[in-house]
Design a protein around this ligand. Structure first.
Ligand SMILES: [Ca+2]
Length: 113
């Protein structure tokens, strides 16, 4: 009997969201959600970056550690995620941005009449 070989030419897909895709935050605490999927050969590896660094290979897919609030004190913050499957296909980088806005918009004046 001749075995069959599956050929996987499709890159993995995934999602990457900071605070459910919010555009702004006013405190540096964030919630990061990410997912990855590769139906044929499976997810082999993920790469991740916070701020604007180069992607760092992190091995097996997992929630990246070390996202403490100090990482998010920049005004504009970007995370990037790259995925690779066991056939070597690489996803396009997924990115999400969030802006830390801690500037008050105005002051209330209370007038006594
Ligand atoms: Ca694939």
């Amino acid at each position: 009997m001749i075995g069959s070989v599956s050929v996987d030419t499709s890159p993995p897909s995934g999602t990457l969201l900071i605070n459910d895709d919010a555009q702004f935050i006013n405190t540096p605490e964030v919630a990061l959600s990410l997912s990855g999927n590769d139906p044929l050969s499976g997810l082999a590896e993920m790469s991740f970056s916070k701020r604007r660094d180069k992607l760092v290979r992190l091995g097996a897919f997992r929630l990246p550690q070390g996202l403490d609030p100090d990482e998010w004190r920049w005004r504009k913050n970007r995370v990037r995620l790259g995925l690779r499957d066991f056939a070597g296909n690489v996803s396009l980088d997924l990115t999400d941005d969030i802006i830390l806005d801690q500037i008050k918009t105005g002051t209330w004046d209370f007038l006594s009449i």
